[in-house]
Design a protein around this ligand. Sequence first.
Ligand SMILES: Cc1cc2nc3c(=O)[nH]c(=O)nc-3n(C[C@H](O)[C@H](O)[C@H](O)COP(=O)(O)OP(=O)(O)OC[C@H]3O[C@@H](n4cnc5c(N)ncnc54)[C@H](O)[C@@H]3O)c2cc1C
Length: 511
Amino acid sequence: MKTFTVEEVAQHNKPGDLWIIIDSNVYDISKFAQLHPGGVGVLTTKNIAGQDATQAFYGLHRQEVLHRPQYNRLQIGRIQGQEPVIVASASDVSSVPYAEPTWLSAGYYSPYYTESHKTFHKEVRKFFAEVVYPDAVRCEENGKRVSQDVVDKLCETNLLAMRLGKGKHLEGKTLMGGIIKPEEFDHFHELIINYELGRMGTRGYVDGLLAGNVIGLPPVINFGSPELKARIVPEVLSGKKFICLAITEAFAGSDVSGLQTTAERDGDYWVINGTKKWITNGMFADYFTVACRTDGGYTVILVPRCEEVETKAIKTAYSATAGTAYVTFDNVRVPVGNTLGKVGSGMQVILSNFNHERWMIICTALSAQRRIVEECLKWSNQRVAFGKPLNSQAVIRAKLASMIARVESAQNWLESITHQMNNMSYSEQSNKLAGPIALLKQYVTRTGRETAEDATQIFGGRGVTVSGMGKLIENFHRTSPYDAILGGAEDVMGDLGVRQAIRKMPQNARL
Ligand SMILES: Cc1cc2nc3c(=O)[nH]c(=O)nc-3n(C[C@H](O)[C@H](O)[C@H](O)COP(=O)(O)OP(=O)(O)OC[C@H]3O[C@@H](n4cnc5c(N)ncnc54)[C@H](O)[C@@H]3O)c2cc1C
């Protein structure tokens, strides 16, 4: 690489012959200056033109801007004897305090994570940085569904299957190139996948990355006939087909029992009529795991996409990449072999996966929240106002203190619950963890919105701007209410947690 002295760079300080230094690297911006979105004038001022512009650059731009090919090629060399200090690699573990959970931070210990989790994490982070993140940024913006290339790679590594948790569906599969055996895979490995997913800061894409599979396929695995499972599960886990969970209706959300979609028997077929609302991945799903009202109760039925199934996009505040759909079933005929579980026992099928779904939402919502803490710690350190960094203001530090306390408390609670999940049978989990998971979901979504508010204040105008410095803050502020609604509304979660506790109160409990 060519090297220059600071004095040499300083010669190039006028329109048409304009160089700058950013973090020891020298850029020739003579031609680019005319195209600069912020105008040419700011680049030709005397403290920028031919000078070290690092401070000014990072006052306005994120590191990733420099890595874009069109800006990367403006670099013509480096300052003699200097090395860049602001090194960005998306795969690195951040050394910003509280940016990562303690188990990932150098010099801290954890009773839960082993070498297997650490090795696994390294690979998963690299995979997300190299394969998933570029697609996430693209799709979050253009609203298109996750690219098939990413789906194929998710299937090659079996990350898609791992997102369903541990279990039989992993048997015989090579996980992440073989770095972990299926029988070793536990809920902390799964937590790691969700952690990497949530921290990308692209909330619509978090659901777009086949959340429908994670909630729609377990009823097929756990309640489908052997024939149905043998046909559907491999198709979905190899990324050839997509599935979604269709329970909610316009008049049946928190109160699932109010659902009005009907399934009536006609010989060897069900005939299904009704509508479903807010169905994640519904826009591109090939299969719908549908909760129906049948004679004498509820029944869950797997409905393949056909002419009589119509899906319309619901415009919500997050990216259309999630594929959120309004679904209409108009005399859809489905073989009775597609029944999941017993006829009339649909409520048990519906409830069976709620804990896992809510736990997954907690994982991704919490990692998104932690990412916001990192953004705020960095920004308040680099943003200078009234002649000093923002973090020299006590009021800003008080906001940071609350943010940190929220993520750390939730993280510790989450890890404790995850440890219980690893050690309890399914029925023990249903009995003992439904309450704590509901309460933790309420806590994480409530605190998420408090953090979103604080972060928006810390970032000022940038906090409400879709691109640039505050883009993660804007995305989080706009989308953090989602986690407080889907998978069980926040108030309902709080109420469920306390009702479970009341039910377990010992009869002889007295003050
Ligand atoms: C983006 C998105 C994606 C979704 N994806 C899916 C999906 O893939 N599949 C699917 O089936 N559903 C999906 N849903 C639906 C979701 O599960 C419901 O929105 C949720 O259960 C709440 O139902 P509701 O919106 O009808 O709110 P309602 O049930 O009308 O509740 C509204 C509010 O009333 C209050 N409330 C209601 N009941 C109680 C109570 N008992 N105690 C205290 N307060 C109460 C709460 O504050 C609640 O937030 C999705 C929703 C969204 C927004």
